[in-house]
Design a protein around this ligand. Structure first.
Ligand SMILES: O=C(O)CCC(=O)C(=O)O
Length: 275
């Protein structure tokens, strides 16, 4: 494990981490936050899950079903843009440390594009996050560089649905075709693509306080939760300031409440949608 100075805003990324990120499209970093720091963040995280912090409309939804599902049945509770709805989180320790990682992996000028909470409820075999490439969800922009920091609030295991990746896909020339999973964008946000026979996936269990960081092209997803506990993750995506400005000019904020015309117009050259 890399020795980290306590309470520092900087996480030290090594040359080997940078090499893995460039080669595989993702990297596992140990100890981004300490257990005590995670426990502190988890207090407010759980207030979101109990709906004590108001999250309007489709920004509180299920990523394993359509918008019509009753919240008590959600398999993957998805809170989009928590810092928008809870400004006390702006510049919290997670944001600061994740920003230092993004800068070291992708260079200067990276800013937080969006944040998100993804919590798989216990005993939900269908809490499957479908295989996808993040770029399929986003508008095309000249600079697509991305560092998405996926922080484990709980130990993330094969049994509770940890992340899995297909490393080679980060170097493919074009995105895989993606299709809506539970109806059109008015019914659900989720997109997915099928694995090919030749794809070799790696499963990446990580400890509470560790993170993975992935780019915009690597194919990834996760399996169901077969355990008694939640699988909670806090996700922060960093992209270049120019890219974030371009997205906002298009009316794209990563809110599921963005206009349907905006959400329908995503993916590189519109090639990613098959229906
Ligand atoms: O949390 C998961 O299972 C999937 C997350 C994901 O796909 C992402 O952060 O891009």
């Amino acid at each position: 494990m890399t020795e980290q100075p306590s309470r520092s805003h900087e996480y030290r990324v090594t040359d080997e981490h940078r090499r893995q990120f460039a080669e595989n499209g993702f990297v596992h970093l140990t100890g981004l936050l300490t257990e005590a720091e995670i426990d502190e963040i988890a207090v407010d995280y759980d207030r979101f899950l109990r709906r004590e912090i108001d999250v309007p409309g489709k920004d509180y939804c299920d990523m394993a079903g359509d918008y019509g599902r009753d919240p008590s049945d959600y398999s993957i509770v998805n809170v989009m843009l928590p810092r928008r709805y809870y400004p006390a989180w702006v510049d919290n320790i997670v944001e600061l440390r994740a920003a230092s990682v993004a800068r070291q992996l992708c260079g200067d000028g990276m800013e937080l594009d969006y944040d998100q909470l993804l919590a798989k409820q216990p005993h939900k075999a269908d809490a499957v996050f479908a295989w996808h490439q993040d770029m399929a969800y986003w508008p095309d922009t000249p600079d697509t560089r991305t560092a998405t920091v996926w922080l484990a609030i709980d130990d993330s295991t094969i049994e509770n649905g940890c992340m899995r990746f297909v490393p080679a896909t980060t170097h493919e020339d074009s995105l895989r075709p993606h299709a809506p999973l539970f109806g059109d964008r008015g019914s659900s946000h989720a997109l997915g693509t099928e694995l090919r026979d030749t794809d070799v996936a790696v499963t990446v269990p990580i400890k509470k306080g560790d993170c993975t960081v992935h780019n915009e092209r690597v194919l990834h997803g996760s399996g169901g939760n077969h355990t008694d506990g939640f699988r909670r993750a806090y996700i922060l995506a960093f992209r270049s300031s120019e890219t974030v400005a371009t997205e906002r000019a298009l009316g794209f904020t990563h809110s599921h409440n963005d206009g349907l015309d905006v959400l329908d117009d995503v993916g590189i050259d519109g090639q990613t949608r098959t229906s």
